[in-house]
Design a protein around this ligand. Structure first.
Ligand SMILES: NC(=O)c1ccc[n+]([C@@H]2O[C@H](COP(=O)([O-])OP(=O)(O)OC[C@H]3O[C@@H](n4cnc5c(N)ncnc54)[C@H](O)[C@@H]3O)[C@@H](O)[C@H]2O)c1
Length: 400
């Protein structure tokens, strides 16, 4: 079989993680043959750096000029839906970063409009649902392979946790999961117009997806059908808007969130009565804080996605380790730290890429696919409705 030819759409932070995953695969299985980005120069620089033969200034141009079997969408959230649909219509397999889609305003919304403060979350949920169904329909009618780039599903500690849960066979009673750090680097994450939400959307989608998937698999394993989310309650906040915080002379966490939350918690109740507590924040110091804990009737399991302590280091001053990478988003290399020997691997990035390519070659859907992508987006928007209206939201009609 000929190698899968991939066009990388985007050349920023996430694209850099993805390209490393492709490089780990043998060229007879897969080749990244083109990249695009805005501005085009960015794509050209990325192509030079990673030895990619062609660079374009738009996805349209890439689809028109490059011979690709698949596209990998590592672009801001508001571009996911139109780009997935364009890829599907062109018959290209598609891997897309989270979230699948969301609400980013209407055709008349101006770029600087703070829709996160103005548009009711119930309207957002309705619109997001319509958009989700449009995307799913495009994927299904094109018959393409669709990978939802939820790296948590491929993180070795999460995979092991699920294998242990399966072996234990007990009921997963409660899940607690979080993704937090000191604040997203990307400017688009600060505004609803381009991110579709705040901490819960940008970070919480990972622990939420991982929790939903565990109960889904548990149901399939025990009853031959998934255990799905039944209702949500949610609270969100802007901790960096607290008066005393704004007056502090130095801020170690990122600030400038315009109309999106910088902290949130969702409690999901599942059909069988079990629960998941999902947290996300942009106000957490000490590096990336990503974990999932599962409380079973006969076992307790914890996946430390980042940090993990396979290597532990101490230095009395941060400068001592200066040339060496420690781990994502830590503020200092001084004191005790948890240097990651292979952070991408611990977080499941190369495994996610390998699964997408293998799925195309083996004519199957990737492990993380459209069903999970749909569920995560809809549960998130239902959660925003819960936070705004101060009530439990029934997911039955939303996920139907
Ligand atoms: N799985 C993860 O851990 C993870 C981490 C970070 C980001 N993400 C996701 O990755 C996606 C991208 O985020 P990022 O942090 O890499 O952003 P980024 O700002 O670093 O990069 C965005 C890229 O999109 C390109 N782009 C923008 N508009 C474009 C257009 N019209 N056509 C083609 N390319 C265009 C830009 O050239 C840029 O290279 C987001 O959906 C985000 O949610 C996932």
């Amino acid at each position: 079989m000929a190698p899968v030819r991939v066009g990388l759409v985007g050349c920023g932070f996430s694209a850099s993680l993805h390209i490393e995953g492709y490089k780990k695969l043998p060229p007879e299985q897969c080749q990244v043959v083109a990249v695009c980005g805005v501005p085009k120069q960015m794509a050209e620089d990325f192509a030079d750096e990673h030895d990619i033969p062609a660079a374009y200034g738009s996805m349209e141009e890439l689809l028109e000029k490059a011979e690709v079997d698949a596209v990998d969408l590592a672009v801001p959230n508001h571009l996911h839906a139109p780009f997935i649909i364009a890829a599907a219509e062109a018959g290209k397999h598609c891997l897309c970063e989270k979230p699948l889609t969301g609400y980013f305003g209407g055709p008349d919304t101006k770029d600087d409009e703070l829709i996160g403060r103005a548009v009711p979350k119930s309207t957002m949920l309705e619109e997001a649902k319509r958009e989700v169904e449009r995307v799913i329909k495009a994927i299904e009618s094109a018959g393409i392979k669709f990978g939802y780039a939820e790296n948590w599903l491929y993180a070795p500690s999460y995979v092991k946790l699920w294998n242990l849960a399966k072996a234990a066979g007990g009921t997963i009673l409660r899940i607690e999961a979080e993704e937090s750090h000191s604040g997203s680097h990307a400017e688009y994450a600060k505004r609803w117009r381009s991110s579709g939400g705040g901490s819960l959307m940008v970070k919480g989608s990972h622990p939420l997806g991982a929790a939903l998937q565990l109960k889904w698999w548990e149901g399939e394993e025990k009853f031959g059908k998934p255990i799905r989310a039944a209702s949500v309650v949610c609270e969100v906040g802007n901790l960096t808007w607290i008066d005393s915080f704004t007056k502090e002379p130095t801020h170690y966490v990122r600030t400038g969130w315009q109309d999106v939350e910088d902290w949130g918690i969702i409690v999901v109740r599942f059909e069988d009565g079990s629960v998941a507590e999902v947290k996300a924040g942009d106000t957490t110091l000490g590096g990336v804080h990503n974990y999932l804990e599962a409380y079973l009737s006969n076992a307790r399991l914890r996946a430390n996605i980042n940090p993990n302590d396979s290597c532990v280091a101490y230095a009395p001053e941060g400068t001592i380790f200066e040339p060496e990478y420690i781990s994502e988003k830590i503020e200092t290399k001084g004191g005790w730290t948890f240097p990651s020997p292979d952070e991408d691997w611990h977080q499941g990035y190369p495994q996610e890429i390998a699964d997408f390519v293998a799925a195309i070659r083996e004519d199957r859907q990737p492990i993380s696919g459209a069903a999970l992508a749909r569920e995560v987006t809809l549960v998130l928007y239902a959660a925003y409705v819960s936070a705004e209206e101060g009530r439990r939201v029934d997911l039955g009609p939303i996920l139907a």
